[in-house]
Ligand binder design. Structure first.
Ligand code: APR
Ligand code: PHB
Length: 392
């Protein structure tokens, strides 16, 4: 096979890149290791920045999002039993967020891919990349029991943190920056109408908890837990008891309860690879960086990456002769990435307790929270980062 852009991974990054390239008249082949059912059903985050929503709409995949997405103008930060509202829209000139599950975004993008008639191959195995520093890099893999290869002008590594693209780059050509956290999140989906119109990020003596939602009938909730927590130790009754304890506030607010339909544990890490390009391989999304979910930046960063990458590839494939625009893809992406890293790290450390932490750190965190909700400047800083910076 032969294509202009070989895309490895059909998550949000790979599918959105495919759609943007399609709109620009550039052909691509997407290959994906998992089944399409797995890709569609995987429960992930659900906060879209305004720029992400705008871009999905402009790209012809915003119709259901416009109908079913839940627009929020604020969030709550709760500690010491009190909820404090941060007026995101009021502090940012009217910008807000939209709640719409990442797997719904993926579903809409996959439908658009099928409409475009361009190929996406699921259940590929044994993917290897070669010739990355030549003009015609190659992707080889197995599909339907046959060995296949795609010769490309460029390869987009959109295969997530555990994919093969980043490790295909010679170790000496990149630097990795990493921080892990000694805790994880236990997440559940429940058939319960959201008890608040807006998200509640809560710090309790027993740890962090987050109240979120997916629809007027479905609540999404998270609890800080150990990084290696065994989900089998958590009965539904224990989960609800812990959520009630950590989320209920003195004003009488508590989450509504209902049947738990899905539960799982995710680890937390911050990770960046520099640069985001080696020869004709460009990394995007989780393949290039991971943020802890507290700032709700992962999906939005991925979408910003592929917006920039699509423009860079378009320029290059339309005759741009040098690599300046591709170097720029990485340099500008890293600036946005590090800003999101700083914000996600700050939200995470402010809102989580660490086992064995110093009494100094505990007091400093309380001061951080008290300052946040008392200062318009501090709330504005949170708000402008949370709703997202314009694409650049
Ligand atoms: N070959 C083909 N596909 C692969 C391979 C491989 N060797 N390895 C992994 N994949 C696929 C995975 O099965 C997955 O579907 O690549 C896809 C990567 O998708 P995501 O993990 O969703 O990553 P990305 O598209 O960058 O989306 C980033 O996901 O984790 C969240 O917070 C993150 O919201 C952000 C978003
Ligand atoms: C979610 O709804 O899944 C969600 C919301 C906010 C976050 C992370 C996840 O910070």
């Amino acid at each position: 096979m032969r294509t202009q852009v070989g895309i490895v991974g059909a998550g949000a990054s790979g599918l959105m890149l495919g759609q943007l390239l399609h709109l620009a008249g550039i052909d691509s082949i997407i290959i994906e290791a998992a089944t399409s059912e797995h890709v569609i059903e995987r429960v992930r985050a659900g906060v879209l920045e305004q720029t992400t929503v705008d871009l999905l709409r402009e790209s012809g995949v915003g119709e259901r999002l416009t109908r079913e997405g839940m627009r929020h103008d604020g969030i709550y930060i709760a500690f010491d039993g009190n909820r404090h509202r941060i007026d995101l829209a009021g502090l940012t000139g009217g910008r807000g967020i939209t709640i719409y599950g990442q797997n719904e975004v993926v579903k809409d993008l996959l439908a658009a891919r099928h409409r475009s008639g361009r190929p996406v191959l699921f259940e590929v195995a044994g993917v290897t990349l070669s010739g990355l520093d030549t003009a015609q890099p190659l992707i080889q893999f197995s599909h339907d029991g046959r060995r296949e290869e795609i010769r490309c002008d460029f390869i987009a590594g959109c295969d997530g943190f555990h994919g093969v693209c980043r490790p295909s780059i010679p170790a000496a050509a990149v630097s990795c920056f990493e921080r892990s956290y000694p805790f994880g999140w236990l997440g559940v989906l429940a058939n319960a109408p959201p008890a608040s119109d807006e998200l509640v990020y809560s710090l309790h003596d027993r740890g962090f908890a987050l109240f979120s939602m997916r629809s007027p009938q479905v609540t999404r909730l998270y609890l800080q837990c150990a990084a290696d927590e065994n989900i089998d130790d958590w009965t539904d009754a224990r989960i609800w008891s812990e959520l009630r304890t950590r989320l209920s506030t003195r004003d009488g607010w508590a989450p509504n309860e209902g049947a738990i339909t899905q539960k799982g544990v995710t680890g937390m890490r911050s990770f960046v690879v520099e640069p985001m390009r080696f020869g004709r391989l460009c990394l995007a999304g989780d393949a290039a960086h991971i943020v802890p979910p507290t700032g709700a930046k992962g999906l939005n960063l991925a979408i910003a990456d592929v917006w920039r990458l699509a423009r860079a590839l378009e320029d290059r494939l339309r005759g741009g002769a040098d690599d300046r625009v591709l170097n720029d893809y990485s340099a500008r992406g890293l600036r946005r990435t590090w800003r999101a890293q700083r914000f996600s790290w700050w939200m995470t450390t402010m809102l989580h307790r660490e086992e064995g932490e110093s009494r100094f750190d505990a007091r400093r965190r309380t001061a951080d929270l008290e300052y946040l909700v008392a200062s318009t400047a501090a709330m504005t800083s949170l708000a402008e980062n949370y709703v997202g910076l314009p694409l650049d």
